[in-house]
Write a protein that binds this ligand. Structure first.
Ligand code: HXC
Length: 297
């Protein structure tokens, strides 16, 4: 689908995207590139990075792939240095790297819990921490700060509770908290905007393949207000909004892009039934209250 944004809204910007070689991260990398940014993608798998970079360069996008694990502070620091030495600066950091699997708390070891916390929460914090010196620009004695941007990819699992996702829900709750805290602190000190995106079920992603078996997809769809899965494009468009000047007054928010799914519950009573039933219930109540409407009791 064509982008509704002007093709140069990220012109001259340099973005580093963790987990940028596949899924939602790759779509963000592609759309950032198509809108003028140079992109560095960080991931653990060389082959995935190489294929992603080749596809981006094919489109004329300036791109490099940097191997690293967000759980390792030295990898974070090395990848950031490599981005700077290649492109000369950093304007946007997208924390997209994440880990996930289905497991009930009964079967999930503390190390399994910690692994996802390490990737999603500590990894996000580590990347932000290591990136700060490049994202803060200007400064006292030179010119007022006019910093870069951070975008954290989150989820909606922790807004309520989700089966078999205690580790991921906990990790993403921490990510949202990091988003708000850094938005406050670095927004105030360095004019760095920090926001997040909480995607719903997005078709064709590793997350969907891991969490929703094919045979469950149509059942999930029945509960969705918009009755459809999202596309990676939807997330990338939200990312463009938040990281371009279109979002210049947005700081500390996590934008839910899920078609309203997190609000939804199965409809237990059909609409037509409610129309009939509701009147009957009111009438019954009136009778049992000696004809008085409930407001007069
Ligand atoms: C129970 C499990 C498990 C499973 C791993 N563990 N898989 N426990 N059920 N299915 C436990 C292991 O037993 C071990 O604990 C601990 O977790 C670490 O496992 P490792 O395999 O050593 O970890 P590692 O090789 O580092 O792999 C990390 C990973 C893996 C998270 C387990 O899946 C991964 O690398 N994923 C990255 C890609 C990914 O998941 N992408 C999907 C993102 S989707 P013990 O105690 O035995 O040592 C996404 C969507 C979120 O994020 C939003 C949803 C709506």
């Amino acid at each position: 689908m064509e982008s509704p944004f002007k093709h140069d809204i990220l012109k001259g910007k340099v973005a580093l995207i963790t987990g940028g070689g596949s899924g939602i991260g790759f779509e963000i990398s592609t759309q950032f590139g198509r809108h003028g940014a140079a992109v560095a993608i960080m991931g653990r798998r060389r082959q995935v990075l190489d294929a992603a970079v080749a596809a981006l360069r094919e489109e004329g996008i300036r791109a490099i792939g940097l191997e690293g694990d967000v759980r390792k502070q030295e990898d974070a620091s090395r990848v950031l240095e490599a981005t700077i030495s290649h492109f000369g600066k950093l304007d946007i950091l997208v924390n997209g790297a994440a880990g996930n699997f289905l497991a009930s708390p009964e079967d999930l070891s503390p190390n399994g819990f910690r692994t996802v916390m390490d990737i999603d929460s500590v990894g996000t914090y580590t990347m932000c921490h290591e990136a700060l010196k490049y994202l803060k620009k200007g400064g006292p004695g030179k010119c007022p700060y006019k910093g870069g941007l951070i975008l954290n990819i989150s989820a909606t699992l922790h807004y309520t509770a989700s089966w078999y996702q205690i580790h991921v829900a906990s990790a993403k709750a921490a990510v949202d908290s990091i988003t708000r805290s850094l938005a406050l602190e670095w927004g105030t000190d360095y004019d760095i905007r920090v926001n997040g995106i909480a995607p719903g079920p997005i078709e064709g992603t590793p997350g969907m393949r891991k969490l929703v078996p094919d045979e469950m997809t149509s059942r999930t769809r029945e509960y969705m207000p918009l009755y459809k899965l999202g596309e990676k494009w939807d997330i990338a468009m939200a990312a463009l909004y938040l990281t371009s000047d279109a979002g210049k007054y947005v700081n500390g928010t996590t934008m839910v892009v899920d078609g309203g799914l997190w609000l939804s519950r199965p409809r237990h009573i059909p609409k037509e039934e409610v129309q009939k039933l509701s009147r009957v219930v009111e009438k019954k109540l009136k009778t049992s209250n000696n004809g008085l409407p409930s407001s007069k009791l």
